[in-house]
Design a binder for this molecule. Structure first.
Ligand SMILES: Nc1ncnc2c1ncn2[C@@H]1O[C@H](COP(=O)(O)OP(=O)(O)OP(=O)(O)O)[C@@H](O)[C@H]1O
Length: 287
């Protein structure tokens, strides 16, 4: 079979908002808050709860074609932020704009522009990647042949062997399943991709395959990407700008160079993270 390149991303709305430098704003998050109730003692019949903010007044903008990194330790709020941005969680306060559309008010339109990839991706594990992807394609209303070709191109590009396309997913490593999740997200050629820790737990070769694919998506396919990670070298390699998140709050934002510069000459990104957040990238207490 001849394989063609994946298609360009679905068109973004005609007149997206602009930032002060005149560049298109793809994502506009303003004062976003998401809290969860947590059990805090009490009795079985009268439990007591306290509310804790997983995302606490977060504001940022991502320009079209940018790779924006959200860097923070376990439990700092990265996944909650991504879920609130992708219509999976309703924010308690604040707004998320996607090319001028509101994720709550314009949910159906936003879902057509945006896709999220995460380790908790749901699949039919007894079925093969091919069967899973064709099932998703049907849900999206995509032509079967187009979808199959597109999925094969992406999986090959990510280094998955062709025969693995036909094996049950439950027999695959976590890394291989992650690649299938990425391929599924690209069936619809979304203009915005939210990658929640796309390389966590992958071996070095798979990590490199995924990282190179992410760069290609930005450079060749005009995608805007938000990527969460706790891997400093990954953030430096991939991200045009990075935000440090700690305890649900954005503590600093800038290019890797700008962030290093905030704490003095000769410092690494990790030095900057520790100094600006007051913690390392190890797991937060209580997680
Ligand atoms: N559904 C939920 N119910 C209650 N608390 C939650 C829920 N989801 C997340 N939390 C809490 O919100 C906080 C942030 O969690 P979140 O998963 O967003 O962090 P994270 O930075 O993505 O962590 P990791 O790197 O481990 O994925 C944690 O304290 C977590 O326990």
């Amino acid at each position: 079979m001849t394989l063609t390149a994946p298609p360009q991303a679905t068109s973004a709305p005609a007149a997206p908002p602009r930032d002060l430098s005149g560049r298109d704003v793809a994502i506009d998050v303003q004062h976003l808050v998401k809290a969860f109730r947590k059990r805090q003692g009490g009795t079985l019949l009268r439990p007591q709860f306290s509310e804790s903010r997983a995302v606490d007044d977060v504001t940022f903008q991502v320009r079209r074609g940018e790779i924006y990194g959200v860097l923070g330790p376990n439990g700092s709020g990265k996944s909650t932020l991504i879920r609130a941005m992708s219509t999976l969680l309703i924010p308690d306060a604040g707004t998320v704009g996607i090319f001028g559309l509101d994720v709550v008010r314009d949910e159906a339109q936003v879902r057509r522009l945006l896709n999220r990839v995460s380790v908790d991706a749901a699949f039919y594990k007894k079925l093969s990647p091919r069967e899973n992807l064709l099932y998703s394609a049907q849900l999206y209303g995509l032509d079967r042949h187009v979808a199959e070709e597109r999925a094969q191109v992406t999986l090959k590009r990510l280094g998955l062997k062709e025969k693995a396309f036909f094996e049950p997913l439950e027999e695959m490593s976590r890394g291989m399943q992650q690649k299938v999740a990425i391929a599924r997200a690209f069936l619809t050629s979304p203009v915005i991709v939210l990658l929640d820790e796309p390389t966590t737990g992958l071996d070095p070769k798979s990590r490199r395959d995924v990282q190179e694919f992410v760069l290609e998506l930005r450079d060749v396919h005009d995608a805007t990407i938000i990527l969460t990670t706790h891997d400093m070298p990954e953030a430096e390699r991939l991200c045009d700008r990075i935000a440090f998140i700690s305890g649900g709050k954005f503590v600093a934002e800038g290019t890797a160079e700008e962030l290093r510069g905030l704490v003095g000459e000769g410092k690494t990104l990790e030095d900057a993270f520790i100094e600006l957040t007051g913690e390392g990238l190890a797991e937060e207490e209580g997680e």
